[in-house]
Design a protein around this ligand. Sequence first.
Ligand SMILES: [Cu+2]
Length: 68
Amino acid sequence: MKVKVNGMMCEHCEARVKKVLEAVDGIEDVVASREENMVTITASRAIDDATIKAAIEEAGYGFAGVVG
Ligand SMILES: [Cu+2]
């Protein structure tokens, strides 16, 4: 799935978002792109949007919706 994330300014932000999302049970891989304000998530099961939103917001970034 692809999620819009606001506030990633550098590679450290990308790494932080990747880390918090990969800590979610069922999420196997995360690719974060600050250029596109996009995070691409590969998961082994369905993950609630609310779970993703909470992880992103706890890390200090903005969840701007699931786009696909
Ligand atoms: Cu940063």
